[in-house]
Design a protein around this ligand. Structure first.
Ligand code: NAP
Length: 255
């Protein structure tokens, strides 16, 4: 069994394993999986201890969570959890109230830490302005094609740990060598959640700790023109107060 290194979440006394096991099955709309349960059990045997899930992937019944994230800065009509959210069910998010509810979840012991996902610098700033408990984590798309330099700097200044999702490429598309992608993301000092239900690839994705990219390789990756893969087009709604364009979700931090 492989031992996976961990990072300290700055604003808590908790740690997070640097490689987590993703469970979203693409393409969109996300697909149910017959093999998820066996894959998760095998992943535990291989050494994975960080599992990323969401109501829209395939709900687990769990008594508590180590880390509970706001999945996207968007709300749906209360009681409706299907993904993708139907346009008529997308409602404006009252971020302050939602975060207060997240804080309550932590205070009553339903989760050990709380955080966000898909938050831009601007939305993190809004959140930090009223939060009693700062977000421990911002989980965002990050790979050589969407390197998130500005967001990572913001998070570092504010003690927010970054977890990279789609480290090999967004929307189920892999560009180039999966291992080079994984090693590069790891070398940026973030944790990653990577999905594979194939045993050999599950193991391969833990080999990133055994390799180092050369300066020349890093320089080439730095020069890759940037384009965000996950643009959130399914979260757009014409209704008042909602996001009318993809750019609004990311506050322009998109190209
Ligand atoms: N917070 C969010 O909004 C959000 C959004 C997207 C994703 N996520 C989370 O992040 C996880 C990972 O993101 P992702 O699934 O988009 O992308 P990813 O993990 O970067 O890539 C997954 C794809 O790569 C393949 N793959 C995995 N390891 C490989 C390897 N070593 N060599 C070649 N192919 C490999 C997988 O197929 P096989 O299974 O066949 O190996 C799958 O098709 C998700 O599962 C989910 O838990 C979160």
């Amino acid at each position: 069994m492989k031992s996976i290194p961990e990072a300290l979440l700055t604003c808590t006394d908790k740690t997070i394993p640097l490689v987590g096991f993703g469970t979203a099955v693409y393409p969109l709309p996300l697909q149910p999986s017959q093999t998820m349960k066996e894959s998760i059990l095998r992943a535990i045997e291989i050494g994975y201890r960080h599992f990323d899930s969401a109501t829209v992937y395939e709900p687990w019944e769990l008594e508590y969570l180590d880390l509970y994230l706001i999945h996207f800065p968007v709300s749906s009509t209360p009681g409706k959890y299907e993904g993708p959210i139907k346009e008529e069910d997308i409602v404006p998010m009252d971020l302050k109230s939602v975060w207060e509810a997240m804080e309550e979840c932590k205070n009553v012991g339903l989760t050990k830490s709380i955080g966000v996902s898909n938050f831009s610098c601007k939305k993190l700033q809004l959140l930090l302005a009223t939060a009693n408990i700062p977000p421990a984590v911002n989980q965002v798309e990050m790979n050589p094609l969407w390197q998130q330099k500005k967001l990572r700097e913001f998070c570092e200044r504010n003690g927010i740990h970054v977890t990279a999702y789609s480290p090999l490429g967004a929307n189920g598309t892999i560009w180039g060598s999966s291992q080079v992608h994984g090693i590069w993301v790891h070398e940026q000092g973030v944790s990653i959640v990577v999905k594979s239900f194939n045993e050999e690839r599950m193991k391969e994705n833990l080999d990133i700790f055994d390799w180092k990219l050369s300066e020349e390789e890093c320089e080439k990756i730095n020069q890759i023109s940037q384009r965000k893969g996950c643009r959130g087009v399914l979260l757009i709604s014409k209704d008042e107060g909602s996001y009318k364009f993809s750019e609004d979700i990311w506050d322009g931090e998109i190209d």
